[in-house]
Write a protein that binds this ligand. Sequence first.
Ligand code: DGT
Ligand code: CA
Ligand code: CA
Ligand code: ZN
Length: 600
Amino acid sequence: MGSPDMENIEIAQTLREVANLLEILDANPFRVRAYRNAIRTVQEHAVPMRKLVEEGADLTELPSVGKGMAENIAELVETGDLSLIDQLIEENPALVDRDVVSSLIEITSIPGIGPKKVRKLWEDLGVESVEDLKEAASEGRVAELEGFAKKTELRILEEIDRLATRTSRFRLGDVDELLPPLLDHMRGVEGVRRVEVAGSYRRRRETVGDIDLLVLADDAMAASEGLTSFDGVDRVIGAGGTKTSVSLRSGLQVDLRVVPDESWGAALVYFTGSKEHNIKLRQRALDRGLRVSEYGVFEIPPEEKDDVVGERGVASSGAIVAGATEEDVYESLDLPWIAPEIREDRGELAAAEEDGLPDLIEVGDLKGDLHMHSTWSDGRNTIEEMLAACAARGYEYFCMSDHSKALAMVEGLDAVRLRQQWAEIDGIASRQPEIRILKSMEVDILKDGSLDLEDELLEELDWVTVSIHSFFGLPAAEQTERVLTGLSHPQVNVFGHPTGRIINRRGPIEIEIDEILQACAEYGVAVEINSHPNRLDLRDTHAWRARELGVPITISTDAHRAEELDLIRYGVEQGRRAWLTPDDVLNTRPLDELLSWAAS
Ligand code: DGT
Ligand code: CA
Ligand code: CA
Ligand code: ZN
């Protein structure tokens, strides 16, 4: 099911499969819950489990990890597998073998089909695989089951088709967890002098299709063998002199290219892309009698001038004009260097030409984080711990924004507990005046658009974030109306994670985003870029639209533990992709300016 040297997200994935399997087997709900809690711990833990096990750390000291779970984690780290699965097969002969287990678990990856539904399908219809399910659904047998409507059956068929055509893209944050061991390994390969990841990863797209790895190396063959011998490699797709492709155990594909020194900058430009940006660059080069390739920028010899598209190949006989650095390549085309995040053919060449590239926002521009949780609701750290982490980042202020009471399962705060929290904040503030704690709350917008907190308390808050955590499935008109009602409340400052999407897991709620952004402009409400790499909500293109409409933007983490404050860079990167400058982002402002904006 796995392999040694698993990363935390791979361990979490295996444990999630076990949890699903237990649920399919109708195991004790408490046991299932224990898995779900432990999975969260594992995937959110900053230190790799691998490292903890190596160091002989006591895993039961991790939140929600008991003795049995600690043994599971250690076994996964050491063997890449769980004997528990064989044990479950032995106790449940109907499971037959590992293949049946895998295909049952695969069914749970169909949206809308949870483990409980899989159990029913398996018990009543003998469905053991996605193919079985497709057959049963096409024959109308699924709709006859209790708890499955005709609508569900049709949806299942649609989702199965979608699964088959879905190209699996990796979330940027997951890639950032998977890459370091590979990059460390490559940097250690004999003769490798430089290693850089290009492609969509370098442009910081929210998801990444594959990894485009560039290296400078004394010996191309040795570099290629260096990659194929990496112990995270599952399969070698192709290995040649300058290009090698492998697929990692995580499923991530890596394309390695060994580049000559004099072409390093040109290769970096070419493989960073985007393809559309490259096409515009090439056109611009042709206008200047130049040809751009991954090897460099070359003069086009007179006898080749008719061959405008360069069909005679990249090995142009013209003199090389630039290639060693990216700066040289752009300069040879009379352009300043362009940040990778905006190389998407959204007008960056025209802006560069007019010396009008945006002064893109950077992490260091932010003076505070306006969205985070504490142990008062579902955060893992106390207010004081969050304060210390914010202070360590050099923030001037931060919002203590726990959930409101509608989120009962995470103990969202009612009026009484909110006031208790304020008393604690006042106490802390009097002892630690170096950073301002803003009294805030992430207030739910309820189904009817009303806010989950009394007006008099809303008025007392320094900063009000509103967001949606329920009724994600309302039809567009109703959902939009609900949001507009919520945002029209005079105390609202910002709309948190506006579309509610979880990348690769849950789609956005159906809202008319343009209508909502226009309303924000009118009401003086900001929109959040939620920096969690699983959310990145608003996404880049929506943040772009917000900027165009003059809607102020905040970039915050929604941290549920102190380490997650570091995730801010993901939000900033998406902001950069939206061409945001410090002026577009409210939390670059000093405290007094932020508060006077809130008051106006
Ligand atoms: P991905 O992997 O789907 O997330 O997206 P990218 O942008 O990393 O695309 P990928 O891996 O197919 O190719 C890496 C870069 O190589 C791409 O951004 C630009 C360049 N490239 C690939 N194919 C072409 C092409 O047909 N023409 C040009 N001009 N550039 C290309
Ligand atoms: Ca790529
Ligand atoms: Ca590629
Ligand atoms: Zn939230």
